[in-house]
Design a protein around this ligand. Structure first.
Ligand code: C2E
Ligand code: MG
Ligand code: MG
Ligand code: MG
Length: 278
């Protein structure tokens, strides 16, 4: 009986898997169509210099305006796009659209210091990624210092090839940041070897930093680590004035979070930030 039971369970599991695979296949073709139909759009979230309290740049966050399901967050489609390889054309679209937006803002007298774009390992692995970045910057008439690329620790740990691409990007003058810092496994010696400029401390460490001593010591150490390595420290997910105060006191360079602004489409970003100080 036990054996039989196990068999049935296996069958059930197999069916679930098939349904799951089918759903992913459907979604995959939907993503492909969405790219062609221009259903993706970008939101921009301010990065704030904690010293001056001025906007120091914008992180670019992609959204999918799905015809039936409404606006979908990246959690619903990025990993799928990564698995299917569609992240390569999607990521290129994000990069080009963000750079064009920055160009348009500047031409219009709105001086956003830089845009920060999230990059997946699949993009980095592609031959000629650094050349693509250089071409897009050139196309938009932007200096490389206007662009920051955000990479997660797992991406950075991946391969020797990835490391070489990072060196090419660094040579271009593009800024590189380690996203979601603290959630991966990078060692101090490894970080020291990487041509990165910024550590973005993950939101999970920032969350209760104002209320509890727990994360205070960790965040303090992370900021100190950034300083030791000659890197800038950025705090993600800052939602309260108390958190911002703590971070400022600890010498954190920049912050990002709902306290300063949620991610919004380009027009709203311009309206909110064209003449603003925090
Ligand atoms: P991330 O790069 O760590 O981006 C920060 C995420 O935290 C964003 O979620 C942002 O909306 C959210 N956030 C910012 N401030 C706060 C806050 O104060 N409180 C809370 N609760 N959340 C805050 P979002 O837009 O849903 O993006 C999720 C992730 O999707 C990003 O995490 C990034 O890893 C990925 N992603 C977004 N756009 C792209 C893209 O164009 N390409 C790739 N490869 N990944 C992307
Ligand atoms: Mg990011
Ligand atoms: Mg992040
Ligand atoms: Mg994060």
């Amino acid at each position: 009986r036990a054996k039989n039971h196990g068999r049935n369970q296996f069958h059930f599991y197999e069916q679930e898997m098939t349904a799951y695979a089918f759903e992913r296949l459907e979604l995959e073709s939907a993503v492909r169509k969405a790219l062609a139909n221009e259903e993706f759009f970008l939101c921009y979230q301010p990065l704030i210099d904690l010293g001056t309290r001025r906007m120091s740049g914008a992180e670019v966050l992609v959204r999918w305006n799905h015809p039936e399901q409404g606006v979908l967050p990246p959690a619903r489609f990025i990993s799928l796009a990564e698995d299917s390889g569609l992240i390569v054309p999607l990521g290129e679209w994000v990069l080009r659209t963000a750079c064009r937006q920055l160009r348009a803002w500047r031409d219009d007298g709105f001086d956003v210091p830089r845009v920060a774009v999230n990059i997946s390992v699949r993009q980095l692995e592609r031959k000629g990624f650094a050349a693509l970045v250089a071409a897009i910057l050139d196309e938009c008439g932007l200096p490389a210092s206007s662009l920051e690329l955000e990479l997660t620790e797992s991406v950075l740990m991946e391969t020797e090839e990835a490391f070489e691409v990072l060196e090419e990007l660094d040579a271009l003058g593009v800024r590189l940041s380690v996203d979601d810092f603290g959630t991966g496994y990078s060692s101090l010696s490894y970080l020291k070897r990487l041509p990165v400029h910024t550590l973005k401390i993950d939101r999970s460490f920032i969350m209760d930093v104002a209320e509890h001593g727990n994360n205070q010591a960790i965040v303090r150490a992370m900021i100190a680590m950034a300083k030791t390595l000659g890197l800038e420290a950025v705090a993600e997910g800052v939602e309260s004035a108390g958190q911002a105060e703590f971070l400022t006191g600890e010498g954190c360079d920049q912050a990002q979070g709902y306290l300063f602004g949620k991610p919004v489409p380009s027009d709203a970003f311009r309206l909110a930030w064209a003449a603003a100080e925090v």
